[in-house]
Design a protein around this ligand. Structure first.
Ligand code: IPE
Ligand code: IPE
Ligand code: MG
Length: 244
C-alpha cells in the first residue's frame, strides 16, 4: 500500500510561533459521532498527539504545551478517568524511546500527588531520560489547573519568605511550573469551545487565541499549519499603539 503523500506546506513566508499551547478538546464528541465509547476518542486523541509532535518538529516550533488532564477532570466517571490513566501509561511506555530519539524534552506541568504510583514513576523516568534533549520542549499539563498552579507558587513563595517588596511578575513566573520558559505565543483550542478552562491563566495573558471546530483527533498537521497562518495575520499590540 502506498504511503499517503505529505502535502507540502510552505512556512517560509510566515513566522512560526516559538511556543504553542493546545487545549486538546473534543475526544468524547469525536467518539460519540462514531457511536464509540468516550475512551475510544481518548485513544484516537493520543494517536493524534504523535502527529502533532511530528508536525511541530517539522515546522520548527520550539515549545509545545498540551493540556492532557485538568484538576477538574477527576470529577468525570471513574471508568473514564481509569481509561485515561491507562492511556497515559501506555503512551509513556510505547512512545518514550521515539520521543527521546526525536530530541523531545518532556516537562510536566501540574501535581503528581494523587496520581497512581506506577504512573508517577513512569512520568519521573520520562522526564529524567529526556532532560538533555533540546529539539522540542513538550510540556504536558497533567493533573494541572491554572489556579492550583498559582496557589502552589504562592505557598512556595511564602515558604521561601519572599518579602512583599521583592514580589514581581517576573518572580511569580519563576515559581510556576513553566519556570524558565517563554509564555505561549499561540493558544489553540479544538472542538469549537470558546473558553480557557483553567489553562495557563497566568502565562497566556497576552497569547493569541485560536479556536477551531475540529475535534482534537481530527486536528492534524494541515490544521496546525492553518493555525500558524492565522497567527501571522494577528497584530500583537501588547497594549501599545502601532506607528502608522
Ligand atoms: C478532551 O476531550 C480530553 C480531556 C479532557 C481529557 P473531552 O473528553 O473533553 O471531549 P468532549 O469535550 O467531551 O467532546
Ligand atoms: C479542558 O477540557 C481540559 C483538557 C483538554 C485536558 P474540558 O473538556 O475538561 O473542559 P470544559 O469542561 O469543556 O471546560
Ligand atoms: Mg471537553
Amino acid at each position: 500500500m502506498a504511503l499517503r503523500q505529505k502535502k507540502p506546506l510552505d512556512l517560509t513566508p510566515y513566522k512560526v510561533p516559538e511556543h504553542i499551547a493546545i487545549i486538546m478538546d473534543g475526544n468524547g464528541r469525536w467518539a460519540r459521532r462514531r457511536g464509540l465509547p468516550r475512551v475510544a476518542g481518548h485513544r484516537a486523541g493520543a494517536e493524534n498527539l504523535r502527529r502533532i509532535i511530528n508536525a511541530c518538529v517539522e515546522f520548527g516550533v520550539k515549545i509545545l504545551t498540551i493540556y492532557a488532564f485538568s484538576t477538574e477532570n477527576w470529577g468525570r466517571p471513574e471508568s473514564e478517568v481509569r481509561g485515561l490513566m491507562k492511556i497515559f501509561a501506555r503512551v509513556l511506555d510505547q512512545e518514550l524511546d521515539d520521543l527521546h530519539a526525536q530530541g523531545v524534552c518532556l516537562h510536566h506541568l501540574g501535581d503528581l500527588t494523587g496520581v497512581e504510583p506506577g504512573l508517577q514513576e513512569k512520568v519521573r523516568n520520562a522526564l529524567e531520560v529526556t532532560k538533555n534533549n533540546d529539539r522540542l520542549i513538550l510540556n504536558v499539563a497533567f493533573n494541572y489547573g491554572g489556579r492550583a498552579e498559582i496557589l502552589h507558587a504562592m505557598r512556595q513563595m511564602l515558604a521561601d519568605n519572599v518579602s512583599p517588596d521583592d514580589l514581581t511578575e517576573e518572580l511569580v513566573s519563576r515559581y510556576l511550573f513553566t519556570r524558565g520558559l517563554p509564555d505561549p505565543d499561540l493558544v489553540i483550542r479544538t472542538s469549537g469551545e470558546l473558553r480557557i478552562s483553567n489553562f495557563l491563566i497566568w502565562q497566556a495573558a497576552y497569547s493569541e487565541y485560536y479556536a477551531t471546530p475540529a475535534y482534537w483527533p481530527d486536528f492534524g498537521r494541515e490544521e496546525l499549519y492553518e493555525a500558524i497562518v492565522a497567527f501571522n495575520q494577528r497584530d500583537r499590540r501588547f497594549g501599545l499603539v502601532n506607528q502608522e
